[in-house]
Design a protein around this ligand. Structure first.
Ligand code: FPP
Length: 256
């Protein structure tokens, strides 16, 4: 009896401790394809299916923001064919998936240097943002052509310009002002991820949300992104729930 109780405790999600914001570095698409003697783009295609599954799972779980790293400012260095394929994915993805997103009350947002995206990619993303703008449930936030150093550099430029124009006094620059100039500002109190996951066994941050992850819990999963499923995701949320977040303080004090 005691044992079954104990097992239950560690295998079930605690609905009162759901991470509000989960960010994922979706990695391993290429290796998934290589293992099957398929071209790399087959991994991205399957990875897109995983995005659908995890979006629905996260939304049902009560997660408020799911930020997915879909394309970094460094990913342009990949072969041209692969980049074009990835850039065609939002069109294919949203065409089919928007009705389900609406059914699940999920709204789409995008952050990154979107003005540098191919016209069709940007149009597909903007259309999905618009079609789901009335949804009030989970925010599905795609980081597309995103890089944290560029994001912070732009924030510094904006603040410096405001100071040079005497719109602000440099002594008033604080953490909130910087956060307000980052691409996650629209998320308000939810801008900082509670949980950051990277799949495929790589243990790097790769220029993702450098400011916002100051106090995030990190989980590095061995699973390749195309193999990542609802079960795996739920297990990681349970792992997160077992962590003791102290935000630099002492555990007891932080609960006060
Ligand atoms: C990393 O795997 C994956 C990417 C750079 C692309 C991720 C894109 C998707 C999963 C689809 C996104 C869907 C939409 C709708 C935008 P990798 O290629 O670096 O894998 P590897 O490390 O095994 O080579």
């Amino acid at each position: 009896m005691l044992n079954s109780k104990k097992t239950k405790k560690v295998t079930q999600i605690d609905p009162d401790n759901i991470p509000s914001h989960v960010a994922i570095i979706m990695d391993g698409n290429g290796r998934w394809a290589k293992k099957r003697y398929l071209p790399r783009i087959a991994g991205h295609k399957q990875g897109m299916e995983t995005v659908k599954t995890i979006t629905k799972t996260a939304s049902h779980m009560g997660i408020k923001v799911l930020t997915l790293y879909a394309f970094s400012t460094e990913n342009w260095k990949r072969p041209k064919d692969e980049v074009s394929y990835i850039m065609s994915l939002p069109g294919a993805f949203f065409d089919k998936f928007v009705p389900e997103l609406i059914e699940n009350n999920v709204s789409v947002r995008v952050m990154g240097m979107t003005e540098q995206l191919p016209k069709q990619t940007l149009a597909a993303v903007n259309k999905a943002v618009e079609q789901t703008s009335h949804c009030t449930g989970m925010i599905l936030n795609f980081a597309l052509n995103y890089g944290a150093r560029m994001e912070i550099t732009n924030a510094v430029k904006e603040i410096a310009l405001a100071a040079a124009n005497h719109e602000i006094d440099p002594v008033d620059i604080d953490e909130n002002m910087i956060a307000d100039h980052l691409m996650t500002a629209f998320l308000g109190d939810l801008a900082d991820p509670d949980l950051l996951i990277r799949t495929s066994g790589e243990e790097r941050i790769s220029n993702f949300l450098l400011w916002q992850i100051a106090y995030s819990e990190f989980i590095f999963s061995e699973t390749l992104w195309p193999d990542f499923d609802a079960d795996t995701f739920e297990k990681l949320v349970i792992e997160y729930q077992g962590r003791h977040r102290r935000f630099g303080g002492l555990e007891k004090e932080s609960k006060k």
